[in-house]
Design a protein around this ligand. Structure first.
Ligand SMILES: [Zn+2]
Length: 249
């Protein structure tokens, strides 16, 4: 099993990060940690080096941070990403988060999103998309760019699933699957060849700190929905990850 979306750089793991990763190594084939803020970049690269071929990274700026990042330093961050492109397997999470309501900041999110799409194209990396209250807007932008290598993280817009499928994109599913009828239906309708496992750790742990090992309960739930064996789900989703991110494992 592979967790394609967690945040190992978060403070929540400050005290026992190595222990958590070592435990993951016993059960998982790999984890992909998602660096979403320029301040987290160095720690993320350290983890990639320290746990070579086990911890992989995607890098971007989360749209939720649009107000707090230093916009003058964004170009610098882009340069850093380019310089470290060999250590990065994808660009993300990037996208739109309309929990931020002001039109000017939404406009800025769109501008930054487009810049990251362009960066992914230049570096020939796949994109990991975060969209909240803005799935349609994000999809429209990606379609305009004609993007093919797209992973919709935490996808909940059932009504837009046909469009995601038509574009040949993938989705990653986390523990919200266990409770959400809508996400169960998304998993039911999405071909298994386009489903990846994620945890969004340390979040989504129902009040407790989550970690990448909870991919197992997600895989078990998918097995139930798809009426397939748990091992079969692991085999197929692992293949999906290796293909999507071009992982050298
Ligand atoms: Zn995330």
């Amino acid at each position: 099993m592979i967790d394609v979306h967690c945040h190992l750089e978060q403070k929540d793991y400050e005290k026992d990060r190595d222990e958590v990763i070592e435990k993951c190594k016993e059960k998982l084939k790999a984890v992909i940690t998602c660096c979403c803020h320029p301040d987290d970049f160095d720690l993320t690269m350290e983890l990639v080096e320290k746990y070579k071929n086990f911890v992989f990274a995607t890098v971007s700026i989360h749209p939720e941070y649009i107000k707090e990042i230093d916009h003058l330093k964004v170009d610098e961050f882009f340069k850093k990403i380019e310089e470290n492109k060999e250590k990065i397997v994808g660009i993300g999470e990037t996208g739109l988060d309309f929990i931020i309501e002001e039109a000017e900041w939404r406009k800025k999110q769109k501008e930054l999103f487009k810049k990251f799409i362009q960066l992914a194209r230049d570096l020939k990396k796949p994109l990991v998309i975060h969209a909240r209250k803005a799935f349609l807007e994000a999809i429209e932008i990606l379609e305009k760019f004609g993007e093919k290598n797209v992973l919709m993280h935490f996808f909940t817009a059932k009504e837009l699933l046909p469009r995601v499928m038509k574009n040949g994109w993938s989705i990653s599913v986390n523990t919200t699957l266990l409770k959400s009828k809508k996400i169960k239906k998304i998993v039911r309708d999405m071909p298994l060849g386009k489903i990846l496992l994620e945890t969004d750790s340390p979040w989504l742990g129902e009040g407790k700190r989550n970690d990448p090992l909870s991919v197992e309960i997600i895989a078990r739930e998918i097995a139930k929905i798809k009426k397939l064996d748990f091992n079969e789900i692991n085999k197929i989703t692992d293949e999906n990850v290796k293909k999507f991110f071009n992982l050298p494992i």
